[in-house]
Design a protein around this ligand. Structure first.
Ligand SMILES: [Zn+2]
Length: 325
């Protein structure tokens, strides 16, 4: 009788176990949920877009925008809907339910995704999305488009010496990361040591561009471009190289169209424009999103930056890009 009871109990526990795992965090008690997920060198599978509202045992809430598995462990890319900060989390530590933009419409994140379209939207959009940030100071952004030149480390060293820990949003293309392994590691060291505070922005994987071709047929408007691949392959590369993608995406050449903008919104990415691409002339003012290219391809922009900075004409402090929308 006793044995039978034990057997029945074992069967009951086995039947309930999957429900218990599905319903609640299982790692919280042994501290795994608090530990940072180390994704350096990971091989990621089943990477896809989702949109879920999640809560953990500690009462924190976040929105999940991607899911993936790493060596069989299910992971989430999550966003804090107020601060816009992103984090890779173990999905077992969170209880998630499908969400949509309407259910989350009161959040700062959804408001930032819903920037109003300009009147009489032309077919090719230049500099669509977030072009100017909130408040005083300025938002420094640097694009790392594919380049045969090395990273302009001197520019970044000068920045960190003058403004230790300066926030900078670096827009990285997949091909730049692949072909600049040593520079990439150096950048990560600048971030880990606190010399710079880097936000990692997706700048597409291949960053297609053909000189002399009209904007309507180059950049991500090149016929045949697979936008999912351009976005996801870059994100996967970033994650497997140990950094967390931010909520921002910068269009190559700042060129897009209404369909690409909608695509970004549907994947919960904010298009990052600029009102002060220094090499092209516009001077920064308070709240400006400044654009330079530390990839060796646009030295003139870096020179202008240094000159303006020496003259005190760059609005300070530099602010994290998450504060811009
Ligand atoms: Zn670029």
């Amino acid at each position: 009788m006793r044995l039978l009871l034990k057997k029945c109990l074992a069967t009951l526990i086995a039947a309930l176990a999957p429900v218990a795992i599905g319903r609640g965090p299982v790692f919280a008690k042994d501290g795994q949920c608090a530990a940072r997920v180390e994704t350096e060198g990971a091989s990621l599978r089943d990477y896809r877009a989702i949109f879920q509202s999640c809560a953990n045992e500690a009462g924190e809430t976040r929105l999940a925008t991607r899911r993936m598995t790493m060596d069989g462990v299910a992971l989430l890319l999550t966003v804090d809907p107020s601060s816009l900060s992103t984090r890779i989390e173990r999905s077992q530590c969170w209880r998630c339910a499908d969400a949509d933009d309407a259910s989350e419409s009161g959040t700062r994140f959804i408001a930032a995704l819903r920037l109003p379209a300009k009147e009489g939207t032309p077919k090719v959009l230049e500099n669509a999305g977030l072009t100017h940030g909130q408040g005083a100071g300025s938002y420094l952004t640097g694009d790392l488009c594919p380049s045969r030149q090395p990273l302009d480390r001197a520019f970044l060293v000068a920045l960190s010496e003058k403004d230790p820990g300066a926030p900078i949003a670096l827009s990285v293309s997949g091909l730049w990361i692949i072909h600049h392994a040593a520079d990439w590691e150096w950048l990560k060291k600048q971030a880990e040591s606190g010399r710079l505070t880097i936000s990692w922005v997706n700048h597409s994987f291949r960053h297609p561009y053909v000189k002399g071709v009209s904007d309507a047929k180059t950049y991500l408007l090149t016929p045949g471009v697979d936008m999912d691949e351009e976005i996801f392959e870059t994100e996967k590369l970033m994650v497997s190289k140990g950094v967390t993608p931010s909520v921002f995406f910068r269009f190559p050449g700042l060129v897009s169209d209404a369909a690409l903008m909608e695509k970004l919104r549907s994947l919960h990415l904010i298009a990052l424009g600029s009102d002060s691409w220094l090499a092209l002339g516009p001077l920064p003012r308070p709240g400006s999103i400044i654009l330079v290219h530390p990839n060796g391809n646009e030295e003139i922009g870096l020179k202008i930056f240094s000159r303006l900075d020496a003259q005190g004409k760059i609005p300070k402090p530099f602010r994290p890009i998450n504060e811009a929308p």
